[in-house]
Design a protein around this ligand. Structure first.
Ligand SMILES: Nc1ncnc2c1ncn2[C@@H]1O[C@H](COP(=O)(O)OP(=O)(O)OP(=O)(O)O)[C@@H](O)[C@H]1O
Ligand SMILES: [Mg+2]
Length: 236
């Protein structure tokens, strides 16, 4: 399975954010998307997920036998950096509701408590209103949504920054465990995370996507080299 972006363009008025961004993302890999503030990472995710319409270009999916398909947006899990959840439900009620409406998409359904255990949400908190949850707890609930439905494409917009170290490590391991069945694209500003977790690093700069050579990932001066690339391209 491959997710193919072809010459994606997105403008906001005069501002050209994505300019012919093309890339092929493959199943089984975790892609780290790096780019400076305002580079267009969230915009790119919105274009892939269908939350925003791009001005030009296409996003298509190729299946295992290389047949091209239009994207089925219900097959995309998008974890926003700012979680948006119904605050008037308890975590438990929300997960129950989420499972009910997605039941036909779920294989290997676990119990709600097993899902809560996966992300270490305490028993007491499960029955509290989401309104009172911390940012990290809300992010955990968002993560659970894709862990429950396991969409083919998982977009994570700076998801791990609000997690405590224990949960961040757990989620990293979970992502590594499930990656063989998914295309996972992960935006982050934390270089350490990118090197730990990602198989490929993709840089978004000046509106285009570029893959970094894997030897940069392994190199000792990775951080310096990334800094140079991001600085150079913005200033160019
Ligand atoms: N709905 C919108 N209307 C107008 N401009 C927008 C809109 N969404 C994004 N932009 C602009 O597009 C550019 C890219 O924004 P985007 O949020 O995609 O960047 P980002 O790479 O996700 O940044 P960050 O690292 O800060 O999250 C910015 O200049 C932003 O102001
Ligand atoms: Mg963003």
């Amino acid at each position: 399975m491959k997710l193919v972006l072809r010459e994606i363009e997105k403008n906001f008025g005069e501002k050209k954010v994505l300019k012919n961004a093309s890339f092929v993302f493959e199943k089984g890999k975790i892609y780290g998307l790096l780019g400076r503030n305002g580079a267009g990472k969230t915009t790119l995710f919105n274009c892939i997920s269908g939350d925003m319409k791009c001005d030009n270009g296409s996003v298509t999916l190729y299946d295992e036998i290389d047949c091209e398909h239009e994207l089925d947006y219900s097959n995309i899990g998008f974890v926003f950096s700012q979680p948006s959840l119904p605050e008037f439900l308890t975590g438990y009620e929300f997960l129950k509701f989420f499972i009910d409406i997605n039941i036909d998409k779920i294989s290997n359904l676990l119990t709600i408590d097993e899902y809560f255990n996966m992300v270490k949400i305490d028993e007491d908190d499960r029955y509290r209103l989401i309104k009172g949850y911390s940012h990290g707890m809300k992010n955990k609930i968002q993560m659970l949504c894709f862990l429950i439905t396991r969409p083919q494409i998982i977009l994570l917009d700076e998801p791990l920054t609000s997690f405590d170290v224990v949960v961040a490590l757990q989620i990293k391991n979970l992502l590594k465990e499930i990656k063989t069945d998914h295309i996972i694209i992960f935006s982050t500003h934390i270089l350490q995370l990118a090197t730990d977790l990602c198989d490929e690093i993709v840089v978004l700069n000046n509106g285009i996507l570029e893959e970094l050579d894997n030897d940069i990932l392994d190199s000792k001066d990775f951080e310096d080299r990334i800094m140079d690339i991001l600085k150079e391209e913005r200033d160019a």
